[in-house]
Design a protein around this ligand. Structure first.
Ligand code: SAM
Length: 261
């Protein structure tokens, strides 16, 4: 059976997204590297450098299943702190820092927890794994210094609800950052990119993960995601100030940001 994005009714979308990520969870890292030629690592570095993490911060990374963004935040805080202290003690560097990783899919969270173990982070109390929905967050109002969502908001059923929740949980002065596959608007490059995403990605998904449909869905969900300007105005409508975006690789990816005042 094949499914088209158009045919997918709204109430089925979350179920479908669940299936997709259950299916891709185990191949997730490999597929990311293959599909982006390793670039997703640099894009996530960029996201975290824009966040400017600091010791003691309370941060929420939504759709953060595999921990990619959270690990970078912790590494950044540890490195800066170590430099400032000019010593090599690893203990208590993170102090009161709390990085919450929230994902709707327990399989993705398990991948992240396993990776935390491999990195020697399983005992780090600053890292908290939470199963939850971006549209109905289980966190208090005005409780977070930062909110990130990387390659996640595209899969959320009601983007407006997720943005409203991001705004609700952030403290005043808190920063919203969203990394997402976006829209290329450069002639020739756009045609090449379309060719790549419509033919190569599902084929690689088939060969590597044995799952063409899930990757077909991912490609179509990129097409249906709002353009950069439109998404920026949605963030604005959710109440954020100083909304901006930065295109990377001609718009293959964009980082949108906003502040809660
Ligand atoms: N942020 C990670 C990264 O960049 O590698 C994972 C991105 S992965 C493409 C998308 C994630 O969004 C999946 O782990 C999926 O379970 C999660 N997700 C989808 N819908 C969600 C929702 N409504 N609330 C929270 N997480 C969701």
């Amino acid at each position: 059976t094949s499914f088209g994005y158009q045919e997918v009714r709204e109430e089925e979308k979350s179920q479908l997204v669940g299936n997709v990520f259950t299916s891709v969870a185990s191949n997730y890292d490999l597929m990311n590297d293959l599909m982006s030629a390793g670039l997703h690592r640099l894009w996530k570095d960029r996201l975290v450098s824009k966040l400017n993490p600091f010791p003691g911060m309370k941060h929420l990374d939504v759709a953060g299943g595999t921990g990619d963004v959270a690990f970078r935040i912790i590494d950044t805080i540890n490195n800066e702190k170590r430099q400032a202290l000019q010593d090599s003690f690893e203990d208590n560097l993170l102090e009161d820092t709390q990085i919450y990783v929230c994902d709707i899919n327990p399989n993705m969270l398990n991948v992240g927890k396993k990776r935390a173990e491999e990195r020697g982070l399983s005992e780090v109390r600053s890292l908290v794994w939470v199963e939850g929905d971006a549209e109905a967050l289980n966190f208090e109002d005005n409780s977070m210094d930062g909110y990130t969502i990387a390659f996640g908001i595209r899969n959320v059923t009601h983007i407006e609800k997720a943005l409203a929740e991001a705004h609700r949980v952030l403290k005043r002065g808190g920063r919203f950052l969203c990394l997402e596959l976006s829209h290329v608007d450069v002639p020739i490059f756009k045609e090449l990119y379309d060719m790549y995403s419509f033919s190569v990605i599902p084929a690689v998904g088939d060969i590597v993960a044995g799952d063409r449909e899930s990757y077909q869905y991912l490609v179509e969900s990129i097409r249906h995601f709002p353009q950069q300007e439109k998404f920026a105005s949605m963030i604005d409508d959710a109440g954020f100030q100083k909304v901006q975006y930065e295109n990377l690789v001609g718009g293959v990816v964009a980082i949108h940001s906003g502040l809660k005042f």
